[in-house]
Write a protein that binds this ligand. Structure first.
Ligand code: PLP
Length: 440
């Protein structure tokens, strides 16, 4: 028995090596990484230029504590990340993962409010379903009861509003009235809580694992920006999964041309080469906090030169290979092939997403949108079948909401048209077996 444990005792084969979109276990079996791990390995595995950049940095220094040294790598990565962000968001705080990015954004927001004499602002409104991380602060803004409920007494759960799941509510996502309808729920909640107590609103511009690549309806993103401005509420975009080019733009929110006050980044930012994340913040917010005694926060490994050198090389690959453009192009092809599978398999109730942040959702019945019975464990069964067929998928059952089992199909952004067809063929084969196993 392994001494290791994670969520469960789930035993997986031992990984031998990985290259491009492929991974091999020690028996020699090959898998297509159809979910880029957990939407992390965006530029593919074992990229030689990233490995070379890491080697070069390792030979200089692998660690320099941030309070003792600045490094060329961290300065260069901060410069590059800020250049990608909307105007006015020019300050970068490094962390080592998504949960740390969310914690840091919330703490910076709070200290900014304190610096401005708004001590009563502390509530961070979030959405249900949503996922913002596993640490207690990030869990307090996570709208997913199976993960939060056991810890409720240990944290201060934050107010939630429904995520705009137009497809489940039978609303037209293209109709601006739909976006305004869901955004109005945020305004109502701010008023109910007392606007003077609300610090921030946190949102995943394109949903990740919790909603299964939920794309906001027309006007939603712009309207929530307006509402936040009206009530002096800061807007945090959690781009941990949607950032890094996967949606076909570097930041998911670029599709709607809206700028937040704070951006959380991780996953594809380090590309699976190193644990890396960042908060990109409005310059004036950071200046205000630094003028009022400094930011009371930081993690030991933050901004270490090895992680930053790898992150910089990842961003260079995304740029020089136009991987964001490829994500948009291949995402269109894959989405259209997933819609073909929806035609073939009535059990697929919805296909959604942007670029290569794509998902499909299984339902018992498309008309009623009823989920498959939980006892079928469809989210894990289909993943197991696909795994046997050599395709890695990422799934979730959103028990916290109305939806059922959804599956993220998010191959690395280097995927080509031929490989997309191979992914779809493996998925087709897996769905055929899954459907054959369903009780009559
Ligand atoms: N935010 C979002 C949108 C995520 O998808 C995740 C992880 O899946 C996190 C935050 C937490 O990131 P991490 O697991 O690196 O702490």
């Amino acid at each position: 028995m392994s001494r290791l444990f994670y969520q469960t005792r789930l035993a997986r084969p031992e990984l031998d090596r990985a290259e491009g979109i492929h991974m091999w276990d020690v028996t020699g079996k090959r898998y297509i990484d159809g979910s880029s791990g957990a939407m992390v390995s965006n530029i593919g595995h074992s990229n030689p230029r990233v490995l070379a950049a890491m080697h070069k940095q390792m030979e200089r220094a692998t660690f320099g504590y941030r309070l003792h040294f600045q490094t060329e790598a961290s300065e260069a990565l901060a410069e590059r990340a800020a250049a990608l962000a909307p105007e006015g968001l020019g300050r970068v705080f490094f962390v080592s993962g998504g949960s740390e990015a969310v914690e840091s954004a919330m703490k910076l927001a709070r200290q900014y409010a304190l610096s401005r004499g708004e001590a009563q602002r502390y509530k961070v409104i979030a959405r249900t379903p949503s996922y913002h991380g596993a640490t207690l602060g990030a869990l307090s803004v996570t709208g997913y009861a199976p993960m939060t409920a056991p810890f409720d007494p240990m944290m201060r759960p934050m107010p939630k509003v429904p995520a705009p799941r137009a497809y489940l509510d039978g609303l037209d996502a293209e109709d601006p009235a739909t976006g305004l309808h869901y955004a109005a729920m945020l305004e109502a909640r701010i008023l109910e809580e007392g606007p003077e107590t609300v610090l921030a609103f946190i949102v995943e511009p394109v949903g990740g694992a919790s909603t299964g690549a939920l794309v906001p309806p027309a006007e939603y993103m712009r309207e929530i920006r307006k509402i936040c401005d009206t009530y002096g509420v800061l807007l945090i975009h959690d781009e941990v999964m949607s950032g890094g080019g996967r949606t076909g733009r570097f930041f998911g929110a670029e599709h709607w041309d809206v700028a937040p006050d704070l951006i959380c980044l991780s996953k594809g930012f380090g590309g699976g080469y190193v644990p890396l994340g960042a908060v990109i913040a409005r310059d004036d917010m950071v200046e205000t906090v630094l003028d009022h005694g400094g930011f009371i926060h930081g993690h030991t490994y933050a901004g270490n030169p090895l992680a930053c050198a790898a992150g910089l090389a990842v961003l260079e690959e995304i740029d020089t290979q136009d991987l964001t453009g490829n994500a948009a192009r291949m995402g269109d092809v894959l989405a259209s092939r997933l819609r073909d599978l929806k035609q073939k398999y009535p059990v697929i109730g919805d296909v959604r997403g942007k670029g290569l942040l794509l998902a499909f959702e299984l339902m018992r019945d498309r008309a009623s949108k009823a989920p498959l019975p939980a006892t079928l464990n469809a989210h894990s069964r289909l993943v197991e079948i696909a795994y046997e067929n050599g395709l890695i998928l990422y799934s979730r059952r959103t028990r916290g909401g109305l939806s059922g089992d959804h599956f993220l199909v998010c191959p690395p952004m280097i995927v080509n048209a031929e490989q997309v067809e191979e992914i779809v063929d493996l998925l087709d084969k897996s769905l055929a077996r899954f459907v054959a196993e369903l009780p009559a």
